[in-house]
Design a protein around this ligand. Structure first.
Ligand code: AHG
Ligand code: MN
Ligand code: MN
Length: 339
């Protein structure tokens, strides 16, 4: 008879982990479940994105008489709705909203957490059927009563209690950490359940991928240019030249590098010294996961998770991946482009 490994669902996994904290009331568990629920709805929509034209939804009205929205607005709405309904979270910072969304109702005001979220990352890749994602970070609120505030969200990454991403790829996965390692769950589409598939994820010992938008080469600082040349040099001992892989969706690039071993860089340039990626809902969550997987994340000089945010949509240069690779890149920066 064929035997199969027993399946552990996301819900079973988080309830099991919660039991390690006898005083926990399950709020974080419910919050992660709310995120997973919204992710499943977004996944369904992302998977049928190619049918939009055939079914005639785009630019028209859907069956409920609402105008069909772009996928990133759709995703934003799904996460906001699920998190508000779940009532464990009192405020959200989203890439799609200029200001903090503060939940002011008798239930959500009691929520202990705030969330920063990029509802759909890599959305320019949608029409090309390339992997996209959702990224989130969760903090404990600082304020004590009422709806959550800007101040609740302007916390350094070291205060995160959990962070994760969903990748809508050849299969859909939810990867997250609560500060005790990184675990990945694959969505079984036939039953709509996330199942533990990647336990205790770590960067591999040996890595040889570098990911950067090299089209911007001319604008890079000297240290980044020199590091890229280092990646391209021949040296069998260090497995160079490395291989270059760049999708243009942070979630997908980071996920591949976590599985296969590689560094992702979105550096500052002379024109945009802080680069492109947003600290609260792109750099910080990815940094927390990287550190929990044995890696490192810096802005080239400082630990990403130590940066004190000053505004909601602030940007930061990002160097993230296996520790040795990030440290090598930092050496080049320190030598050739001192801060
Ligand atoms: P978003 O779709 O949320 O705006 O994010 C896009 C980001 C990120 O996913 C990716 O790493 C980066 O933009 C790619 O930028 P370039 O096109 O400049 O390489
Ligand atoms: Mn993004
Ligand atoms: Mn986005």
């Amino acid at each position: 008879m064929r035997t199969r490994k027993s399946i552990k669902t996301l819900t079973e996994f988080i309830i099991e982990r919660q039991q390690e904290y006898p005083h926990a009331k399950g709020a974080l568990t419910r919050l992660l479940n709310d995120i997973a629920t919204a992710a499943k709805i977004v996944n369904r929509e992302v998977n049928s994105a190619g049918l939009v034209d055939i079914l005639g939804y785009a630019g028209k009205e859907n069956v409920q008489g609402e105008a069909q929205k772009k996928l990133d607005i759709f995703a934003n709405d799904q996460f906001i709705t699920a998190l508000q309904a779940g009532a464990e979270c009192c405020a959200i910072a989203s890439e799609e909203n200029e200001k903090v969304i503060s939940f002011k109702n008798e239930f959500s005001e009691l929520g202990k957490y705030v969330i920063a979220i990029d509802p759909l990352d890599g959305s320019s890749n949608i029409e090309a059927n390339v992997s996209i994602g959702t990224i989130f970070s969760i903090y404990r609120r600082k304020s004590e009563i009422g709806g959550g505030t800007l101040d609740d969200l302007l916390q350094p990454g070291v205060n995160m209690v959990a962070a994760g991403y969903v990748i809508y790829g050849s299969s859909t996965m939810l990867v997250f950490t609560t500060g005790k390692g990184v675990n990945g769950f694959t969505l079984d589409p036939s039953v709509g359940i996330f199942c533990l598939s990647h336990e205790d994820m770590r960067f591999p010992e040996k890595s040889n991928i570098y990911s950067i938008n090299e089209g911007n080469y001319i604008h890079f600082q000297e240290g980044v240019k020199k590091y890229l040349k280092y990646c391209q040099e021949e040296d069998p001992v260090t497995n160079r030249p490395y291989t270059s892989r760049y999708i243009g969706s942070l979630v997908a690039d980071f996920h591949r590098n976590l599985i296969k071993g590689g560094i992702f860089i979105y550096p500052g340039t002379k024109k945009n010294p802080k680069g492109k990626l947003r600290l609260l809902y792109e750099c910080n969550p990815v940094a927390f996961i990287a550190e929990q997987a044995g890696g490192k994340a810096t802005d080239g000089f400082n630990r990403i998770m130590n940066i004190q945010p000053e505004s909601l949509h602030q940007r930061a240069p990002l160097f993230v991946g296996p520790k040795d690779m990030v440290e090598k890149a930092e050496e080049f920066l320190k030598e050739h482009s001192p801060a």
